[in-house]
Ligand binder design. Structure first.
Ligand code: 5AD
Ligand code: SF4
Length: 456
C-alpha cells in the first residue's frame, strides 16, 4: 500500500500551524496526504487541551482507530501519532492508545522515532533551542492564499484557568529576520492573508536585536506585494500605544487593487471577564478601565476597526452581579464578534484548586445572554456597512455563491455582480477561479453574523 497520511487537527490556529509542520515532515518521509482516514497508513493527531471536551475527543478517536484496525488484515496495521498541546499527565494516558506520543517541538525527530517501538518520546528535550528549531521547518501550507506564521511560542502569563503555559512551556520569540523571510516566501507564492501567531504577540521581542511587536509590524509592512496581515492573540496588559500607532499608520488599503500597507483593521482583544475582581482572580493583571481605554484609543485612531474578544463565563466564584458587569461591557463596547467559553477546570492550573461553583446550566444561561447581546451589537455594526465598498478575500464557493472575508474579518456572502459591471465582470471572471483573490465588494445586506454583497 502507498504510504498515505491523514492529519486531524483540534484547537486554535497555532495547532494548525503546527499541523503544517507535521505534514512537511511526513511528506519528506515519503508520505502522501489523504483526506480519508480509512485510506491512511498513518494518522497524525494534533491535540488541544484548553477544555476537557477537547481532551475527551481523543478518547473517542482512540476507539475509532481500534475499530479501523479490527477491519484491517493482520499484515497491515494503522500507525498513529499524537502531538500538539498535551499535558504531561495525559501523555501517559494516551500512550496506551497511540503508537507514538511526541512533543511538537521534537517533531523533526519523527523519522528516528518511527523506527522505534511504541513509546512516549522525550528525545532532544533541550527546553529552548528545541522549541525554536521546529518552527524552522518549512511548513506544508494547507491553503494557497491564507497562512499562519508563528512569531513566538509558549506563554509566561499563567492565567489562572489556562493550561497553555504547561503544554507549550515558556515564551520564546523567533528572530524577526526568519519571520520576514517566511512572509516574503509566502507572498511570492501568492499568499494573500498572513496571520502572525503567538500566545501573547504583544510581548514579542526579537531575541538578538530586541525588535518589538510594533517594530515587527512596521518591518513586515515594507514587504512589497498585495497581501493582508492579521495577528492573534493579544493580551490587554501588554497591548500598548505603539501597536495602536503602528496599526493606524499602516492600514491595508481599502481598494482591491491597492498595494502597500498590509495591516488589517481587525483586533481580537480577549477580555475574559467584565469584572475587576474576577479578572484579579483570573490573574489577568489589567482593569476594565484600562481595557476600555485601549478600545477607545483604537477607535479614535482607526475608526473602522472591528473588535472581537474571548470570554469565560462561570469562572469559579463568578456571581450574577459580576457576570452582569460582563454584559454591561458587551453593551458598551459593542463587539463585532466574541468567542464565549464556558469555564472548564483544567488540572494543574491555579483555578483548578478553586471550587467550580457555577453550575453547567447556569454557565449555559450566561453564555446565551452574552450571545444575545453580541447578536444585537454585531448586527448594528454590520448595518452601518450597507452601501460601503470593501476589499474582500474570496475563500470559498458553493454553487454560484462565493464566500469571503472583509479586511475587518467579517464573513461575507457574494451572490451576484453589481449590475453596472455584470457583463464586464462576468466575462473577466468566466472560467476563472475567484477563490484566493481580492475583489472590491459593495455591501448590500447586513445579517447578524455576516454581510452580503456584490462584486463591483
Ligand atoms: N475554560 C474555558 N475557556 C478557556 N479558555 C482558556 N482556558 C479555558 C478554560 N479552562 C478560553 C479563553 C482563551 C481561549 C483561547 O480559550 O477565553 O482566550
Ligand atoms: Fe493562556 Fe493567559 Fe497565556 Fe493566553 S495569555 S495562553 S489565556 S495563560
Amino acid at each position: 500500500m502507498q504510504k498515505k497520511y491523514h492529519i486531524i487537527v483540534f484547537g486554535c490556529q497555532m495547532n494548525y500551524a503546527d499541523a503544517e509542520r507535521v505534514a512537511a515532515v511526513l511528506e519528506k518521509m515519503g508520505y502522501k496526504k489523504t483526506l480519508k482516514l480509512e485510506e491512511a497508513g498513518l494518522v497524525a493527531v494534533i491535540m488541544c487541551s484548553i477544555r476537557q471536551s477537547a481532551v475527551d475527543r481523543i478518547h473517542w478517536l482512540i476507539e475509532k482507530f481500534r475499530k479501523i484496525r479490527n477491519l484491517q488484515p493482520n499484515s497491515y496495521r494503522l500507525q498513529t501519532i499524537l502531538t500538539g498541546c498535551i499535558l504531561e499527565k495525559d501523555k501517559k494516558v494516551f500512550i496506551e492508545g497511540f503508537d507514538h506520543v511526541i512533543d511538537i517541538k521534537n517533531i523533526s525527530q519523527l523519522p528516528k522515532i518511527m523506527n522505534k517501538k511504541s513509546s512516549l518520546h522525550k528525545i532532544d528535550d533541550r527546553p529552548n533551542s528545541a522549541t525554536m528549531d521546529y518552527l524552522d521547518i518549512k511548513p506544508k501550507s494547507f491553503s494557497k492564499f491564507s497562512s499562519s506564521v508563528p512569531i513566538m511560542t509558549g506563554c509566561n502569563n499563567f492565567c489562572a484557568y489556562c493550561v497553555v503555559p504547561y503544554t507549550r512551556e515558556r515564551e520564546i520569540s523567533r528572530p524577526a529576520s526568519k519571520i520576514i523571510n517566511e512572509i516574503k516566501s509566502l507572498v511570492k507564492s501568492g499568499c494573500k492573508e498572513i496571520w502572525l501567531l503567538g500566545q501573547n504577540v504583544n510581548s514579542y521581542k526579537d531575541p538578538k536585536n530586541k525588535t518589538t511587536f510594533a517594530e515587527l509590524l512596521k518591518k513586515i509592512n515594507k514587504i512589497p506585494g498585495d497581501f493582508w496581515i492579521r495577528y492573534t492573540s493579544s493580551h490587554p496588559k501588554d497591548f500598548k500605544q505603539d501597536v495602536i500607532d503602528a496599526m493606524a499608520d499602516l492600514p491595508a488599503k481599502a481598494s482591491a487593487k491597492a498595494e502597500g500597507n498590509h495591516i488589517t483593521p481587525y483586533l481580537n482583544l480577549p477580555v475574559q471577564s467584565g469584572d475587576d475582581k474576577v479578572l484579579r482572580s483570573m490573574k489577568r493583571w489589567y482593569t476594565i478601565k484600562q481595557y476600555r481605554k485601549i478600545i477607545s484609543d483604537l477607535r479614535k485612531k482607526i475608526p473602522n476597526i472591528a473588535i472581537s474578544t474571548d470570554i469565560i463565563v462561570g469562572f469559579p466564584g463568578e456571581t450574577k452581579t459580576q457576570f452582569n458587569n460582563t454584559v454591561k461591557l458587551f453593551k458598551d463596547i459593542k463587539y463585532d464578534m466574541a468567542y464565549i467559553n464556558k469555564y472548564s477546570p483544567r488540572s494543574g492550573t491555579t483555578a483548578a484548586k478553586l471550587k467550580d461553583s457555577v453550575s453547567w446550566p447556569e454557565k449555559k444561561r450566561r453564555e446565551k445572554i452574552l450571545t444575545d447581546t453580541l447578536r444585537e451589537t454585531a448586527f448594528k455594526n454590520n448595518k452601518k456597512l450597507i452601501g460601503k465598498i470593501v476589499k474582500v478575500l474570496i475563500d470559498n464557493k458553493k454553487d454560484d455563491t462565493y464566500f469571503g472575508k472583509t479586511d475587518t474579518y467579517k464573513s461575507i456572502k457574494i451572490s451576484t455582480f453589481a449590475k453596472a459591471s455584470v457583463d464586464k465582470q462576468k466575462s473577466k471572471t468566466k472560467n476563472k477561479n475567484l477563490i484566493g483573490q481580492f475583489y472590491n465588494v459593495k455591501i448590500i445586506k447586513a445579517n447578524n453574523w455576516n454581510l452580503e454583497g456584490k462584486i463591483i
